[in-house]
Design a protein around this ligand. Structure first.
Ligand code: SF4
Length: 557
């Protein structure tokens, strides 16, 4: 039995058959995706060792590491989700849950809810509710408090009533690496008067102006104290992580006006520190390393966000030079760097041994195809290139994709629908970009390799009032969804056979079949909804596909 029992949101602990982007399925509405297909694609229950999670989400491992500074390993347990009851008894003080999208209000989940005009819960929401219900049953009659934290806590600040509904004692908002021991002691003692913590949460308006809201159910770092740990105060992970994720930096600094990450201070992990965490994963035979950051190319960047070639290559060679390491990929990066620095992309590809049998996935927020919106919301995201003098935003994205593909990097793009100030012309520019890239080939004739997923911006008022199903997508917005899913169906068919790396040939075949069929089934549904919404499907399928593209100038060091 343990003093502190830690568990993750169950949508974060599964492997989704190791198919890139399949974990997006958890955002689908329960009314639209059959439970049997979701369960199959989610994969088997997470591995465990004597009830403890063999691999756990990175955020939970960081919390574990922080608590172990002042507690013994027998008091801090990261459990596999089906074994919570084995570790909770009369002495358990806190059950801590880390969550990402507990109420299904994230942009991807919202894209499905708004598009299908459904208020049915998404799988992320359903699974969170189920987990809360189970934990409450297990802790009934015991003193253990239920504390929820993680990047998804902002959703609970939007709908605080969900805390009462789920019988959650407290939600913690913010980074807790340096104060986790104090926080857990404080909650264990009942969460009363205290000057180290603020009873409430931070909230932001549409211009990211911060204000504090008092609420007894929330705990934040004290308002007038430092809001973030320094690099030295962040602990190493103490156990292996899902997909071998390790962090390489926090913060970003590029300043896109819709992004909260940019408000956090920049902290870079030195390569040797990254190696230490990788070795924890390798000890559990996890030979993969997902290098987490919100903007990998900004690692130790120079003036004007010029990439730091030495630092990037040093980091990647350190990772790949760690004995036993098999595959690595950064999680997020911006497209202007491949567009401007093809040589750097080639060197990085060589460092991580990219090749026809080892494609490197990277999530890239393209956000729009419109120069106007790019300049309005994310003028620095293109740096050191500039929209205008160096070409259009679309040509930067197209050139960056070409360079990435030539070096066996596969971008997973996201675009936004419903951005502040968006016009139909902006959306049609996004459609043109998607269609152009979907029809493009490399010099050797190979088609461009990328996925593209629409993300819906929903105004806070609609999220609070649960009126997002009243949002009606206009023709140009439907066209963005249509172009995205048309391309995804194409890619799903092309890559279905190699999608899964499961050792079981039957599972591989079923997974590949479901991905191929699923891509086209989804596209048929999307087409039908778009047609009913008045979209001219032929126009949306062809718009901009034959536009000429001017490659952006390469920057040499
Ligand atoms: S580049 Fe990405 S992480 Fe950085 S501010 Fe822009 S959207 Fe946020």
């Amino acid at each position: 039995m343990a003093r502190y029992v830690l568990v993750s949101d169950t949508t974060l602990s599964h492997t989704y058959r190791n198919v890139p982007l399949l974990d997006f399925m958890a955002s689908a509405p329960t009314s639209k995706l059959p439970g049997s297909i979701y369960s199959f694609m989610k994969g088997p229950p997470p591995a465990s060792v004597n009830g403890r999670a063999k691999f756990a989400p990175y955020s939970l491992r960081k919390l574990e590491g922080a608590l172990l500074k002042e507690n013994s390993p027998k008091d801090v347990v990261v459990v596999q989700e089906t074994h919570i009851q084995d570790f909770v008894d009369e002495d358990t003080e806190i059950i801590g849950v880390s969550t990402m999208d507990p109420l299904g209000l994230g942009p991807l989940t919202m894209s499905y809810s708004v598009f299908f005009e459904t208020s049915a819960p998404a799988y992320v929401h359903k699974e969170f509710n189920d987990l809360m219900e189970r934990i409450n049953r297990i802790r009934k009659g015991k003193k253990a408090k239920l504390l929820v934290g993680g990047p998804g806590v902002w959703e609970l600040t939007v709908r605080p009533e969900e805390l009462n509904k789920n019988n959650i004692d407290f939600a913690f908002q913010g980074e807790a690496d340096d104060i986790a021991c104090d926080l857990f002691r404080y909650v264990g003692e009942g969460g009363g008067e205290n000057t180290e913590f603020y009873k409430g949460f931070q909230t932001f308006d549409e211009h990211f102006h911060k204000s504090w809201m008092s609420d007894e159910r929330f705990i934040s770092r004290y308002q007038f104290s430092r809001q973030f740990p320094t690099l030295d105060e962040i602990p190493d992970i103490a156990g292996p992580t899902v997909k071998g994720m390790v962090e390489v930096m926090r913060g970003c600094g590029i300043g896109c006006d819709f992004c909260e990450v940019t408000l956090r201070p920049l902290r870079y992990y030195p390569p040797e520190r990254v190696r230490r965490e990788i070795q924890v994963n390798l000890a559990a035979a996890m030979t993969n390393a997902w290098l987490h950051s919100d903007e990998f190319f900004a690692y130790e960047h120079g003036r004007n966000f010029v990439p730091n070639e030495e630092a990037l290559l040093d980091l990647l060679t350190t990772v790949m030079g760690t004995r036993g390491m098999g595959h690595t990929n950064p999680t997020h990066g911006r497209i202007s760097i491949p567009a401007a620095y093809p040589e750097l992309m080639g060197k990085m590809a060589a460092a991580i041994r990219a090749g026809p049998d080892n494609w490197i996935g990277l999530q890239v927020g393209v956000e729009t195809g419109s120069d106007r919106l790019a300049l309005l919301h994310m003028p620095n995201k293109t740096l050191p290139l500039k929209v205008g003098p160096d070409g259009s935003w679309s040509s930067i994205v197209w050139s960056g994709t070409k360079v990435m593909n030539e070096n066996y990097w596969r971008p997973a793009f996201t675009v936004q629908v419903g951005q502040a100030g968006e016009t139909p012309e902006d959306n049609w520019e996004t459609v043109a970009l998607i269609n152009k890239m979907s029809n493009s080939t490399l010099d050797n004739g190979r088609p461009f390799e990328f996925t593209i997923t629409p993300m819906q911006n929903v105004p806070l008022g609609h999220l609070k009032a649960r009126t997002f199903t009243s949002i009606k997508l206009n023709e140009s917005q439907l066209a963005v969804y249509y172009a995205c899913y048309r391309h995804l169906a194409k890619i799903a068919t092309r890559n279905a056979t190699n999608a899964s790396d499961d050792s079981n040939a039957f599972i591989r075949a079923v997974t590949g079949g479901l991905i191929g069929l699923g891509g086209w089934a989804m596209f048929r549904v999307v087409s039908s909804i778009c047609k009913k919404g008045g979209l001219d499907l032929d126009k949306a399928a062809n718009y901009g596909s034959t536009r000429s593209v001017i490659e952006v100038p390469m920057i040499t060091r």
